[in-house]
Design a protein around this ligand. Structure first.
Ligand SMILES: C[S@@+](CC[C@H](N)C(=O)[O-])C[C@H]1O[C@@H](n2cnc3c(N)ncnc32)[C@H](O)[C@@H]1O
Length: 245
């Protein structure tokens, strides 16, 4: 499915900025039916960085409509959010204006209601910029970062190794990299020869171990509303890495 469509735009704005009441409206589910944190995924992946002190620069790659970028702005003086979808990065930037941002919540696949998304409290939009870019071919002058966040991007890349190969240059010595993935590898996105032959965590260790110390891994749940009777409930394997000196 293309991330340039109006439908995906609406699903992701709701996923990132919707209130529990908006996400669950009209559905048979209550928040208490869901795993803890399932409605807070773009915040939880930033929390997984476990960054207690302020940093200078953070990168959110595969940022979609930008919620995690705004969460990163609470701890970083400069945040760059990059996504392949022009529509998504434009949405992220527009939300930064502080004006109510229009999107739709679907009750049935063909019925939708107009809603407004809002900038998360405490975020510092002046610290955040968004740009369209390709995780497998990032611009050369991006510089390096204290924190790099890549949520649910890896298994959407045709050449995931190309993205992993750039990481040692992107993360400052002692800096942190968090990557989450549901490991839903599909040939629609990743040609069979580029899909990890074994477990995704082993693939990450194989490609990152030379430059990064593996810290820990957890499963973070997420819940994406399509319409009031159709949702995606998944978990993303989330691992934290520290760049070696
Ligand atoms: C499953 S969504 C996850 C988005 C967001 N990080 C989240 O966790 O909600 C995958 C995102 O990766 C983006 N994407 C896909 N291929 C990409 C590429 N080559 N470079 C950068 N972003 C890409 C898509 O546009 C989409 O926003």
């Amino acid at each position: 499915m293309t991330y340039e469509s109006d439908l995906l735009h609406d699903w992701y704005v709701l996923f990132h900025y919707g209130t529990p009441a908006e996400i669950l409206s009209g559905s048979a589910f209550a928040e208490s039916d869901l795993p803890d944190g399932a409605l807070n995924f773009p915040v939880a992946t930033v929390d997984a960085l476990d960054q207690k002190t302020p940093v200078a620069r953070a990168l959110d790659i595969g940022c979609a409509v930008g919620r995690s970028s705004y969460e990163l702005s609470k701890i970083a003086d400069e945040v760059i959010g990059i996504d392949f979808s022009r529509k998504f990065v434009d949405a992220g930037a527009a939300i930064g204006s502080g004006e109510p941002y229009p999107f739709h919540v679907y009750s049935e696949a063909h019925l939708r209601e107009a809603k407004s998304a809002h900038l998360p409290a405490g975020s510092r939009p002046g610290n955040v910029s968004f740009e369209q870019g390709d995780a497998m071919n990032l611009r050369d002058d991006l510089g390096s970062f204290d924190l790099v966040h890549a949520a649910n991007l890896l298994c959407r890349l045709p050449e995931p190794r190309k993205f992993l190969d750039r990481l040692p240059d992107l993360v400052n010595p002692g800096g942190k990299f968090v990557i989450s993935t549901p490991a839903t590898w599909m040939s629609e996105y990743t040609p069979a020869e580029n899909i990890p032959p074994g477990k995704t965590l082993d693939f990450l260790k194989e490609h990152l171990a030379e430059s990064f110390e593996f810290q820990e891994v957890s499963e973070l749940p997420f819940f994406i509303r399509e319409h009031q009777r159709k949702f995606q409930l998944s978990t993303a394997q989330t691992s934290l890495w520290i760049r070696k000196p």
